[in-house]
Design a protein around this ligand. Structure first.
Ligand SMILES: NC(=O)c1ccc[n+]([C@@H]2O[C@H](COP(=O)([O-])OP(=O)(O)OC[C@H]3O[C@@H](n4cnc5c(N)ncnc54)[C@H](OP(=O)(O)O)[C@@H]3O)[C@@H](O)[C@H]2O)c1
Length: 431
């Protein structure tokens, strides 16, 4: 059992905390994975009455949630209630951090995890004030920081954010989170590949015809319009989730399964990826501009398809096709390896784990647990996040130049995306 800790959620009323974090904490409680003496402090701006945070959690757990569809046990909920605390305050106000310090001291918190479930423009004042109030480092315990994607908006801003972070925290305290790395199905790719030498022996240019990575959704932007319209498909899921799937399927076996070695192998692949500006298609679904919080003349892409190569000996000249988009025919999250010898069935890794089954671990549950245990293997380090942006930057510059091709909702994206792969004598694998 790990040591007790206090999890501080900056932004406990956020969409993220409601949809993922608080339900994941319930599951950790249910599995007996929250050590005795552990606490959760939720922070938001509005002053609230005593007992409000418990009611907030109750509402969240009983609300319909696609990501958390199982029975809520009163006994577990009550146990979680006893750990929960609420503090109101403005995160850009230095005085608030004295209040936070008093609360943490009162709970005798020896180990602290700060979770940033709030706006990136608050990061700097948060880091600064944590440091000034002596909360960025503790003599006798750990302080860790969990940061959500998007991590910056291009290579330059990601580097700036890393630089800022390193003024206040050491790299071993920083947990940059991409929830795909918490997916059990993605972690299983590594066990499957490295657990079977016969599979591994055919994962190379002599046997592979090409690789496809798809993250398609059959729904639109929904309530995320204001955020999504500024970002687009390439930065929303391409720069992070698709690259995580690709690296899991193609990285070399690490010498040991330590954080450093696993991350090093992921980074090696990312650094060898060749962005090809001439081989990328951007699309936008019809009537996207009529959606809530979308600019009527928006040129943001809701779809992209691209071809790339890994410039190393193992995958030399093996084409890799990536695509992602919204309002498509089907929701599909998978990596497919197609072999030259057609007797070998394509190897299809489904990365979307269905959570109807309580036994399937939720990615946030896995990642919070990793952070509690101090395991950074499935988080992005400074090099990884910068290598992702170095690949994405030249491609997103293309998106900014052009007008996306309009495609029909319910289709598989623009015709041009089919042509991108069909001109090579191949086709997208959709079902
Ligand atoms: N939502 C998702 O599905 C999702 C997925 C992946 C990553 N993320 C990332 O997660 C983070 C949160 O996103 P979100 O969409 O969940 O945010 P959100 O719903 O807009 O919530 C923002 C939170 O920050 C709090 N807040 C804002 N300004 C504050 C201030 N000055 N002082 C104290 N608290 C303040 C808000 O509390 P009050 O307004 O109640 O005060 C609220 O709890 C972002 O970095 C986002 O990119 C979100």
């Amino acid at each position: 059992m790990t040591q007790p800790f206090t999890l501080v959620i900056f932004g406990v009323t956020s969409n993220l905390a409601q949809k993922y974090l608080l339900p994941a904490l319930y599951d950790l409680e249910d599995k007996g994975l929250l050590p005795d003496g552990s606490h959760i402090i939720g922070i938001a701006r509005s002053p609230q009455k005593e007992g409000w945070i418990q009611e907030h959690l109750h509402q969240i757990l009983h609300k319909e949630n696609l990501h958390h569809k199982h029975e809520i046990k009163d006994q577990i909920k009550e146990l979680l209630f006893t750990r929960l605390h609420y503090l109101d305050g403005h995160l850009d106000n230095p005085d608030f951090y004295q209040k936070l310090k008093i609360k943490l001291d009162g709970l005798n918190s020896q180990n602290i995890i700060f979770y940033l479930a709030t706006y990136p423009d608050l990061y700097q004042p948060i880091f600064e004030n944590l440091k000034l109030s002596g909360l960025s480092n503790l003599a006798d315990g750990f302080v860790r920081l969990m940061i959500e994607k998007p991590f910056g908006s291009n290579l330059k801003t990601a580097k700036q954010l890393n630089k800022t972070l390193h003024q206040y925290f050491k790299e071993e305290q920083i947990y940059r989170l991409d929830h795909y790395l918490g997916k059990e199905a993605l972690r299983d790719i590594l066990s499957f590949r490295f657990g079977s030498s016969s599979v591994e022996s055919i994962i190379n240019k002599d046997h592979i015809d090409h690789i496809q990575v798809s993250a398609t959704e059959n729904f639109g932007v929904g309530e995320r319009g204001a955020f999504y319209d500024k970002v687009g498909a390439l930065k929303d899921v391409g720069q992070n989730h698709l690259l995580q799937m690709l690296t899991a399927a193609t990285m070399e076996k690490p010498i040991t399964f330590t954080n450093e070695e696993v991350t090093k192998e992921r980074v090696k692949i990312l650094k060898k990826l060749l962005p090809q500006k001439e081989n990328i298609i951007f699309g936008q679904y019809e009537d996207y501009t009529a959606e809530k919080n979308i600019s009527p003349d928006s040129l943001t892409e809701t779809f992209f398809a691209l071809k790339t190569f890994i410039n190393n000996d193992r995958y030399q000249n093996v084409p890799i096709y990536l695509r992602a988009g919204k309002k498509l025919a089907q929701t599909l999250t998978e990596v497919t390896i197609v072999f030259k010898d057609k007797k070998n069935q394509p190897l299809r890794y489904h990365v979307h784990s269905q959570r109807d089954n309580f036994l399937v671990q939720d990615p946030y549950e896995a990642l919070i647990l990793d952070a509690i245990r101090g395991d950074q293997t499935y988080f992005n380090d400074v090099q990884e996040v910068e290598a992702q942006w170095a690949f994405t930057d030249p491609l997103s510059a293309e998106s900014e130049k052009g007008i996306p091709v309009i495609y029909q909702p319910g289709s598989w994206g623009p015709q041009e995306a089919d042509e991108l792969i069909e001109q090579d004598g191949r086709h997208w694998i959709n079902f």
